[in-house]
Design a protein around this ligand. Structure first.
Ligand SMILES: [Zn+2]
Ligand SMILES: [Zn+2]
Length: 263
C-alpha cells in the first residue's frame, strides 16, 4: 500500500510526500524545513526513510526550505538540468552535491519507486511534473504549475491510480482580483497556471482512462476558492456519469494538509 501526503499546497509553499514499501520521496520543499519536519513527524513518517527529493522547478514556493532540508538530510536531488543549475546558482546546493539529472520523459529508480519527469510550459526553465510508479503497478502523479495541459502530460498521467493536479484559479476572480495587470496576464498565460475549467476537463479525461482518485492542488488564495475548484471538477465528472465516493474520490490539497491518502 502506498501513501500520498499533500503536506503543503498553494502559492505560499508546496511539498508532497509519496511513500512506498521501501521508503519515500518528497516532491518540492517549498516551506521551511521546520514545518516539513513537523508535518512528517505528525504523520509518523520517519525522515530517515526519505530516499530523494524531487524538484519540479526553481520558484521559491517549491524550494524555500530545500537548503536546510538537505543540510539535515543529505539525500539526492532529482531535477532537470536547468533546475539543478538554478539550485547551484542560488547556492542551495554546491557542485559536489549528489544529484540525479532527470531529462524529459526519462525515468530513475529508487528501490521499488520509479520516477518519471514530464516537461511543463511553466515560466521556469526546465520546469516539469513527476509521476512515481510504486510496486504493484501503482502510479501516482504530482502535476502543478502548468501553463497548459499538453498531450504529452496527459499521456503520462493516464493510468495513474491517483493524480494531483493544479486547479489554480477561477478566471473571473483573477480578472476582477487585486493582482497587477502584468501578473494577471502571466498567470493566465501558457506559461502560468491552470484554471479550474482546464483542470476539471483534464480530470474527466483521466477518469475515462481509469484514474479514480484526484487531488486538486496549488489553489490560489486570492483568485480561487476550494468550492469553485471542486464544483468545476465535480461537474465535469458528473458529465461522464461518475458518482462521487462511488466511482471516484476527490480531495483538495490544503495549504497545510493533515490527511494521508492511501493508494
Ligand atoms: Zn512556479
Ligand atoms: Zn508554484
Amino acid at each position: 500500500m502506498a501513501k500520498f501526503f499533500p503536506m503543503f499546497s498553494g502559492s505560499d509553499g508546496n511539498s508532497t510526500y509519496i511513500g512506498g514499501a521501501s521508503g519515500g520521496l518528497i516532491v518540492d520543499v517549498g516551506v521551511s524545513y521546520k514545518r516539513i519536519k513537523q508535518a512528517l513527524e505528525n504523520a509518523e513518517i520517519n525522515l530517515s526513510t526519505i530516499k530523494a527529493v524531487l524538484i519540479t522547478h526553481q520558484h521559491t514556493d517549491h524550494i524555500k526550505g530545500l537548503k536546510v532540508f538537505l543540510k539535515n538530510n543529505p539525500v539526492p536531488v532529482v531535477a532537470s538540468r536547468e533546475t539543478i543549475y538554478a539550485l547551484e546558482f542560488q547556492g542551495i546546493i554546491n557542485s559536489e552535491y549528489p544529484r540525479v539529472y532527470i531529462d524529459e520523459l526519462e525515468s530513475v529508480q529508487f528501490e521499488d519507486m520509479v520516477v518519471k519527469s514530464v516537461p511543463t510550459s511553466h515560466d521556469a526553465k526546465g520546469s516539469c511534473c513527476f509521476t512515481v510508479s510504486l510496486g504493484q503497478d501503482q502510479k501516482v502523479a504530482v502535476c502543478t504549475d502548468l501553463g497548459v495541459m499538453s498531450e504529452e502530460i496527459m499521456n503520462e498521467l493516464a493510468g495513474s491510480a491517483l493524480v494531483m493536479l493544479e486547479s489554480n484559479h477561477d478566471p473571473v476572480m483573477l480578472r476582477l482580483g487585486p493582482y497587477t495587470a502584468e501578473l494577471k496576464l502571466r498567470i493566465a498565460s501558457k506559461e502560468g497556471h491552470l484554471p479550474n475549467a482546464v483542470c476539471a476537463e483534464s480530470i474527466a479525461k483521466l477518469f475515462c482512462l481509469g484514474t479514480n482518485r484526484f487531488v486538486l492542488a496549488h489553489l490560489s488564495e486570492q483568485n480561487n476558492t476550494p468550492e469553485k475548484a471542486a464544483s468545476a471538477t465535480r461537474a465535469a465528472l458528473m458529465d461522464k456519469g461518475a458518482k462521487e465516493n462511488i466511482d471516484y474520490i476527490l480531495y483538495i490539497a490544503e495549504k497545510e494538509g493533515k490527511r494521508i491518502i492511501t493508494v
